[in-house]
Every structure is written in structure tokens, then in C-alpha cells.
Design a protein around this ligand. Structure first.
Ligand code: NAD
Length: 293
């Protein structure tokens, strides 16, 4: 069996997997691979699958499967697995870090000090304590974020069409309701036909004046041009994003917009998460090698 590690995993993983066969990171050997390990960079499209005649198992280290054509993989009898539980804490901690960075102006405070400026009077902070956090998508990551927000004394509300009640959040009946009530909005829903572009002119107009939005979900859930307009008008006080239309972004209007905090899709990039992903990948490949699916 040839296992192709196509994206970035824990450096110790090849040694762990070699008990199942040959392990390579040479993408030129894609056509020989029985198993391909991907994160978000490799796109397992119809073309990729057609160019991989031996492929039987795709493992996506992480949560989102929007970079895999699952329908076509199924038609071709290719098993697709992911490691959804592994990344929740890593992503929730980044979402929280971004939520702290926005009202504390941390990027500007740091950059201005490096430039020899002293902006003590200019940088007006606000606190998270006592504010309302609205979580869009109350799944694994949303839940971890909710725990952290409670510890900071925030009121937590959430909108999720598939979750009726939750011990950490008051569920609200509509996205509009959430946008109207939240001081902070954090996005944790998957990218689907329903969520693509869901943060747009209309939904941004529902927000409280001066709300903050954090996106560690998916870039394409936001219409970036509409976000830029909302930032320029001040309706949205700040937008922090880890996720983009493409990695890296090409010509994103957010680059020149005010009050944007940006990260290069590092939500899942903790050492601990890569180790957790490695343990689950070992188990999945082990089951596959034994003939279990
Ligand atoms: P999850 O499946 O546990 O939770 C997603 C929740 O979103 C579910 O409860 C679902 O019911 C809900 N949902 C679906 N449609 C919705 C809608 N229209 N409005 C509101 N909620 C909706 O997934 P998770 O593990 O919490 O991950 C969430 C997303 O985070 C992933 O799909 C992925 O896109 C993203 N993610 C990003 C990174 C990163 O590096 N920034 C890493 C991991 C995951």
C-alpha cells in the first residue's frame, strides 16, 4: 500500500504509518497512491480523482470536507474520512484570541510601538465582560468557544438550524435575531450552499451598530465587498478573519479595509492538534489495512 501525505501533518506521522506500507510526500506519485492524506490545501476534485486510479481512501486531517468532491468519490468507491473532533480546541482558542485582539487593538498597539509611536490616548479599549456573543453554528467549535466566553462573563446566544437547545447558549430562532442582539458574532458553521455568502449587505444591516465579527469558519461564507462597506461605514467596528476565498487570498478587498485583523488560516495549526490528528489517522489507516471501513 502506498500512502501519500499530500499536505502538512505532524512530522512524526510517516514513521507511525510505515507499518502499513510505503509512505511518501512526493505528489508526483499520486497515480500510485492507495491512500491520500490531505488537510485544506489539496483539492480532491473530479480531476484529482480521475488522475488517481488506485485511490481507495482519502483522509482529511481536520473538519471541513468542502475541498473534497464527496459525491464523485462515492461513485468511484473511494472512502472519505476526516478527523472532526481533533481541531475544536485549536480553532476555538484562535477565535477567542481574535475576539480579544479586536476591541483591544492589539495589532495596532504592537505595530505602533515597533514604529516608535505612543498611542496611549488614541487606543480606546472596550471589554468583553458583560457583552453578548452570538455564535453562528453551535457545533464542536462553537461549543468550545461558548465555554471560554462564559468564563469571561459574556452572555452567549447561538443560532443553529439543527440545534434546538444547548446548555451553554440561549438558542435564538433566526440568524436575523442573532445579528440584532450580538455585540460579537463568531462564525462556526460549515461552508454549504446555504451558508455561502450568508454574511452580506442584508445580514450586516441587521447587526448592532459597532458589532464585531470573527470568522474562523470559512471565507466564502462572507461577501468580502459587503464587509468592507460595513467596516468603512463603521456599522461593523471590526472584522477578524482566519479564512479566505483562496489560500493565500488573491486581491481580497479586506487588505485595504479599516479595522481588519487577519490570520493566514492557522486555526488548526497547533502542535497539539497535529498530534491528535496523527493518532486518529493511524487508527483510520489501521482499520482500512485490516479491511474494516
Ligand atoms: P460541527 O459540524 O461540529 O458544527 C457546525 C455547526 O454548524 C453544526 O452544529 C451545524 O448544525 C451548524 N450549521 C449548519 N448550517 C448552519 C447555518 N446555516 N447556520 C448556522 N449554523 C449552521 O463543525 P465544527 O467542528 O464546529 O467546525 C465548524 C467549521 O469550522 C467547519 O465546517 C470548518 O469549515 C471550520 N474550521 C475552520 C478551521 C480553521 O482552520 N480556521 C479549522 C477547523 C474547522
Amino acid at each position: 500500500m502506498l500512502i501519500l501525505i499530500s499536505d502538512a501533518f505532524d512530522p512524526g506521522l510517516p514513521a507511525v504509518l510505515k507499518k502499513y506500507g510505503e509512505v511518501t510526500d512526493d505528489k508526483a506519485r499520486q497515480a500510485e497512491a492507495d491512500v491520500v492524506l490531505i488537510r485544506s490545501k489539496t483539492k480532491v476534485t473530479k480531476e484529482y480523482i480521475d488522475a488517481s486510479p488506485k485511490l481507495k481512501l482519502v483522509i482529511r486531517g481536520g473538519v471541513g470536507l468542502d475541498n473534497v468532491d464527496r459525491e464523485y468519490a462515492k461513485q468511484k468507491g473511494i472512502i472519505v474520512k476526516n478527523t472532526p473532533e481533533a481541531s475544536s480546541i485549536a480553532v476555538a482558542e484562535l477565535a477567542f484570541a481574535l475576539m480579544i485582539a479586536l476591541p483591544n487593538h492589539l495589532p495596532l498597539a504592537d505595530a505602533s510601538m515597533h514604529e516608535g509611536k505612543w498611542l496611549k490616548k488614541e487606543l480606546k479599549r472596550t471589554e468583553l465582560y458583560g457583552k453578548t456573543l452570538g455564535i453562528l453554528g453551535m457545533g464542536r467549535i462553537g461549543t468550545e468557544l461558548g465555554k471560554r466566553a462564559k468564563a469571561f462573563g459574556m452572555t452567549v446566544i447561538a443560532y443553529d438550524p439543527f440545534v434546538k437547545s444547548h446548555e451553554l447558549a440561549t438558542m435564538v430562532p433566526s440568524m436575523k435575531d442573532l445579528m440584532q442582539k450580538s455585540d460579537y458574532i463568531s462564525m462556526h458553521m460549515p461552508l454549504t450552499d446555504d451558508t455561502k455568502g450568508v454574511i452580506n449587505k442584508t445580514t450586516l444591516a441587521d447587526c448592532k451598530n459597532g458589532a464585531y465579527i470573527v470568522n474562523t469558519g470559512r471565507g466564502k461564507c462572507v461577501i468580502e465587498e459587503d464587509m468592507v462597506e460595513a467596516l468603512k461605514s463603521g456599522r461593523i467596528a471590526g472584522y477578524a478573519t482566519d479564512v479566505w476565498y483562496s489560500d493565500p487570498p488573491e486581491n481580497s478587498p479586506l487588505m485595504g479595509a479599516p479595522n481588519v485583523v487577519m490570520a493566514p488560516h492557522i486555526g488548526a495549526e497547533t502542535k497539539e492538534n497535529l498530534l491528535r490528528i496523527g493518532v486518529i489517522v493511524d487508527q483510520i489507516v489501521g482499520d482500512f489495512a485490516k479491511g474494516k471501513k
